[in-house]
Design a protein. Structure first.
Lengths: 214, 214
């Protein structure tokens, strides 16, 4: 599958890129700055030993992807998404965006839309947005040799789109858990605040969550 | 320890009562209707074979508890908490309240205060509120014979109060995970929406969460 990762030069995006490249997918790293995307792509080709990793502007990456992953900062969606709207038309768009505010005070406040995923869906009305991959620590993603001990929680409005996400999760060895409609994206994004706090408090880099009883 | 459980006639409150009674704590079930609380207490004495389970009005239960657990409906806090404010003064108050809206639409919307726990803290300014016990399925609690496969996530502003909650969790066999300040209560309450959706979707009664990497 051609997987475009917008904001793929960041830690989380690059981690996802490594894992998927190793699973045999073709990756297009997107960035506001196409040159930075190309540099990161070259670096990831070297790390993973996989050739099918390119870098592009976010808009070109979205056009080339059959699936588009948003690994963007939450506060940049309103600026970035209009330029990729055409490229995302009718595609599965995976929002891994987490609206966290670091630096004291409240770590997680859901945006007015209820979640960043719902904000993305409003800005990309022709796309099929699925919220997923918020909880897989970048540290875990880059350590490609060992399996990731975490479930992949996803939610979204379209069953076929969710199946695409499940397949992408399976390809990196993750069990998927379907958490219903996109209106549950806020709680999924909020879990990232829980994990970030646990990481800081217990001096970890890779806490994750697993659903029990399933 | 004397544990008062306000809203203890509900499924979650009664489940907590059973587990704690079996761990040797004295329980005071609170309800708006003291008679209903007494009936529930008698029922729980029979089920658990423990004598130290009484029923009282919420206000009297709060007065008798050395720790007070809120197992109340989210929408009733503003009405119920002012009458128990004196009884909760200077005590550890555990908010297990979850602001979920069933019946279509968005399952979880945090209240204006950020969380039900923060709303409770505002209504009980002299109490030391800790948010915890949102995720332990009532079904699991009532099935006393087997261990609960779930972590106890808690957050709050006061370390000594959190230790009391950790001890109560340990007494029912749960591992505790400290999730920082009370401003993280919204994400903890939101996880209940995730688990409720998983239960419905996978036809379970007792999904839970565990933190990995810890």
């Amino acid at each position: 599958m051609n997987v475009a990762i917008l904001g793929g030069t960041g830690k989380e995006g690059a981690g996802l890129a490594s894992r998927w490249a190793q699973a045999g997918h073709a990756i297009i790293i997107g960035s506001r700055d196409a040159e930075r995307a190309r540099t990161k792509a070259a670096e990831l080709r070297q790390i993973t030993g996989r050739e099918a990793i390119d870098g592009e502007s976010n808009a070109d990456a979205a056009r080339r992807g059959s699936v588009v992953v948003l690994a963007l900062p939450a506060e940049g969606l309103a600026r970035t998404l209009p330029e990729v709207r055409e490229g995302c038309r009718d595609k599965v768009v995976i929002s891994a965006v987490v609206p966290l505010t670091f630096g004291g005070g409240r770590l997680f406040t859901p945006p007015p839309a209820g979640s960043s995923a719902e904000e993305a869906q409003a800005l990309l009305p022709e796309a099929k947005v699925v919220a997923a991959f918020h909880h897989i620590a970048a540290h875990e993603l880059s350590a490609a040799e060992h399996p990731i001990e975490c479930d992949l929680l996803l939610c979204g409005g379209d069953a076929a789109s969710k199946q695409v996400v499940v397949d992408l999760a399976t390809s990196m060895g993750l069990r998927s858990v379907d958490v219903g409609a996109l209106t549950n994206a806020g709680p999924l994004e909020g879990i990232t605040a829980v994990l970030a706090t646990i990481n800081r408090r217990y001096k970890l880099k890779n806490s994750g969550i697993k659903i029990t009883g399933l």
